[in-house]
Structures are given as C-alpha cells and as structure tokens.
Ligand binder design. Sequence first.
Ligand code: GUN
Length: 292
Amino acid sequence: MEILDGKKISNQIKDEIAAEVAKMRERGEKVPHLAAVIVGSDGASLTYVGSKVRACERVGFESTMVRMPSTTSEQELLKKIHELNEDKDIDGFIVQLPLPEQIDTQKVIMAVHPDKDVDGFHPMNFGKMALDMSTFIPATPFGILELLERYQVDTKGKHTVVIGRSHIVGRPMSILMGRKGWPGNSTVTLTHSHTKNITQIISQADIVISALGVPNFLKAEMVKDDAVVIDVGITRVPDDSTEKGYYITGDVDYENVSKKASFITPVPGGVGPMTIAMLLKNTLLARERHRS
Ligand code: GUN
C-alpha cells in the first residue's frame, strides 16, 4: 500500500509555483493576485479561506480577503463581484461556498467573469472542461488528478466509482476521469443518494473517490483488494479533548481500508492540501492568460 501524500505533493507544487513567481518578480512583472470573498463567519469556511490566503503569501502571490457580514444581500454581493471583475489588479477570485440562504448561489457563480473564475464553477468553464477545452478545472478534482499523475496511478480502462454528485467535487470528477488521456480513460459510475445497490457497485471499483461527507462510510469489506481509494470527506467531529474542540475525519475507515488498498489518501493530509495548491495553480494560469 502506498499513501498518496497530498501534503508532500502540495508542498512540491507550491515550491514550483514560488519559483515561477520569483522569475516574474525578477523580470519586473506583476505577480498573481488572488481575492477570496467570504460572506458570514462559518468556522470551517473561515479556516479554508485563511489557509488559501496564507498559501498565497507562501508562494509570493498578492492576496485580498473580502469579508462581508452574514446579513449581506444578494445585490450587495453581486456588486462586490462586479467590482472584482473590473479590478485590473485582481487576476482571479473565489466566493467561498456555502452562502447564506438569502443569496442565490447560481446567480453568484454566473456573475463571476469566466476569465477570473479560478474555482472553475462558471457554466462556461464547466462546459469547457466537459469538452476537453483548456480552462480552469475545479481545484479539488484537479488536485486529485494531480495526485494520480504524480504517483503514476494507472487509470486507463479502470472502473472508477465516484460517490456524491456535488457540483464542486463529484460531478466534475466523474467527467474528468472519463475524459481522454491520463489521468482519465476510466469507465465511470457516478453514485448518489438514490443509487440502488451502492455497496455492490463500490465493490466492483478499481478506483473509489468518496465525496460524501459521512464519517466512516467506506469500510474495508466494501472495497476490492488493491483498490485505489481517494477520500474527499472532511467532517468536523466535536471533541472536547482536542485543542480546537473538534477533529477532522474523512469518509473512509482508514485503518482497515488501508490494509486492502493499493493507494490511499489520508485525512488530513491527502486531498485537502491539494485543493489549495491547485487553486494557486489556477491563479498563476489566470495571470499568465491576462498577460498574453
Ligand atoms: N466550499 C468548499 N469547497 C470550495 C471550493 O473549492 N471553492 C469555493 N469557492 N467554496 C468552497
């Protein structure tokens, strides 16, 4: 069994990006600038956005965090997005999800200019991704592809089972694994809450990608020998004995599944850090596109 070490690989990617940024500085060019909008004060969202901003500092990007109160109206948020679209200094930006219920998430996603949509959530970019055109690939699926590539995981002709059809992870992942090329060329099954015989389908998978958010969902008896197991779950479980008052756990019963798997991602330290690294990569790409 080999651990797909997202922490290690994400650090390598950040080093590569930092080297690119250093060259940009030497040439006297503008460096990439990422903005992150956060509405409200959800603890997990604040942690994620904080990590994204710190990652920018680490690689030498400029970053701007825009904090708006939980009472922000849809119109106020759309106005802010319009400002960021127009701001020549900002190369790319994200609006952290989920949003408060008074705001229509689809309208927000549509309002972000596709050239600055480093999350890859705009229908224009999502459509390009599905059609194999060059675009911003959503950071979490992009990070999983990068892990599979750097560990030389064979995906051709394999049966990939994706669990969960979210717009951020499951849906794009299912498209990407079925695309031509590598990592890809897989035969994909996208499973969700209405899937019948889900355990039977999972037991046939060469590659399992679980993006469900249910701790300990995936058990050893559900996966076949030598399966590749990717755990996208990041659930906070309250625990007063820890410093933060919670611990993070994935969808996979790691202790037992790791004994059967050929490759597996740990939580934390697997997919999570890769998401941040690939957001930086998309932002670098946005800068390069704006330059040319
Ligand atoms: N919420 C959870 N994951 C993400 C992400 O990748 N981007 C944004 N904007 N919000 C998220």
